[in-house]
Design a protein around this ligand. Structure first.
Ligand code: MEV
Length: 442
């Protein structure tokens, strides 16, 4: 039976660990050793990681892999990917190579507007609120100038503030719906600071407003927060080539490949059960680069899936067609990213990943990330509509199974060779490994 604790956050790291291991583990010593094993010997580096969050007890590793040969708008990139799932980096690399030989990826940022809202309750109607808001708007902008001056100097800042009447959906509910340009910053802190200032100005000006009744003066601000739904922070990535160039071998013509591929995309466009898995494949590429570059994958995930449902039914994030003999495969996807601020200047591996990508602007990073998603989806659909996913996947999975049974280097070598010509399954690998070990003992 576990117990509650007060003052946990004030304990030292080692006292926190002592409490955890003595409360939850039958073998406290071994649990402690595992936690400590993941500490970094470099104390400064460890402290940096400890201070990213609260109550840190150790580090949680993810592999950082790279996918080379991405040609994007005629510039070559090696894309860093932090992900635990086998096959993803291999698939990205394969897709990159395939399209390298066919002109590469073309990308373009469509828009970069971000949104934040002050949600509030007002007991009067829009006819009294609107004139008050119209007069208030310059003051909202002026009173946030301390927060916005640097961003404005660099060309960003508040783009607009609208009053939105939501009373048809929720009694007395109105919004200040604000749009922002945050340049190379993801902008969460900037936007939230502006919104909290708008809320303050809104409340204090309402209290003084002669045109309001006593009740109307008491505007009730519910919350002020950015939106992770960013349909106007949009990037497009595409690949295209003559249909016949899609063929890699005589067994499958370019036309047959394109036909099946497009049908697979069409299915994801109209069938939500398939669309979710299809888009999961896109996000395999996107999240891995988002993580490697220190961006917020939860924000991106939430925004992307909302966008995939924008027509009222969850649908594919990618699209494909053949027109005049040209196969085109593309995505338009909302990505609110930053290349300054947050983890980008703090985490040494994030800095390294960004340098590997030629220190991109946020706009450039949007394009690289969209390409990673498109490439991943291309590789998945290519496998699914030709050989099936398991053939490649299980080969990659082999190493995970061998590691699970703590196979040594020699065993891995023998069994990797064996499974070049044999089907990988969990039981087949277990059996082959057992046999190898028994034979070794003889
Ligand atoms: C696996 O992580 C992702 C796939 O399922 C995506 C897809 O089905 O398109 C292979």
């Amino acid at each position: 039976m576990s117990k509650s604790i007060s003052g946990f956050s004030k304990l030292s790291k080692s006292k926190k660990i002592d409490w955890i291991v003595s409360t939850y583990f039958s073998n406290a010593e071994s649990a402690k050793n595992i936690l400590i094993q993941y500490w970094n010997n470099n104390e400064k580096l460890q402290q940096l990681h400890d201070e990213f969050i609260e109550n840190t007890i150790t580090n949680y590793y993810l592999p950082l892999g790279v996918a080379p040969n991405f040609l994007i708008n005629d510039k070559l990139y090696t894309i860093p990917m932090a992900i635990e799932e086998s096959s993803v980096v291999a698939a990205a690399s394969k897709a990159a190579k395939f399209w390298l030989e066919r002109g590469g990826f073309k990308t373009k940022v469509i828009s970069t507007t971000k949104i934040g809202q002050v949600h509030f309750k007002f007991s009067g109607n829009i006819n009294t609120l609107q004139p008050f808001f119209n007069a208030l708007k310059p003051k909202l902008i002026e009173e946030s100038s301390d927060i916005t001056k640097n961003m404005t100097k660099r060309g960003g800042g508040i783009l607009d503030i609208e009053l939105r009447d939501k009373t048809a959906e929720l009694e007395n509910y109105y919004q200040l719906h604000a749009s922002f340009e945050t340049l190379d910053a993801m902008g969460a802190n900037f936007i939230n600071s502006c919104l909290e200032q708008f809320a303050k100005t809104l409340k204090s000006e309402a209290l003084k407003h002669q045109g309001f009744s006593e009740d109307e003066r008491g505007i009730d601000v519910i919350m002020s927060i950015l939106s992770n739904y960013v349909p106007d922070c949009l990037v497009r990535a595409e690949v295209s080539c003559p249909v016949e160039d899609l063929s890699e071998n005589k067994a499958l013509s370019g036309e047959a490949f394109a036909h099946k591929f497009i049908e697979a995309v069409n299915i994801a466009e109209i069938e939500p059960f398939r669309a979710v898995t299809h888009n999961k494949g896109v996000m395999n590429g996107i999240d891995a680069v988002i993580l490697a570059t220190g961006n917020d994958f939860r924000a991106v995930e939430a925004g992307v899936h909302a966008y995939a449902s924008r027509h009222g039914r969850y649908s594919s994030l990618t699209h494909a067609k053949v027109e005049d003999g040209i196969f085109t495969f593309w995505t338009e996807i909302p990505l609110a990213l930053g290349t300054v601020g947050g983890l980008t200047g703090l985490h040494p591996l994030v800095k390294l990943s960004l340098e590997m990508l030629h220190n991109p602007s946020a706009k450039e990073l949007m394009q690289i990330v969209a390409v990673a998603g498109l490439a991943q989806n291309f590789a998945a659909l290519r496998s699914l509509t030709t050989t099936g996913i398991q053939q490649g996947h299980m080969k990659m999975h082999l190493m995970n199974i061998l590691n699970q049974f703590e196979a040594n280097t020699d065993e891995k070598e023998v069994l990797t060779a064996h499974f070049k010509n044999n089907t990988v399954s969990h039981s087949a690998v277990t059996e082959a490994l057992n046999k190898l070990r028994v034979d070794g003992e003889k």
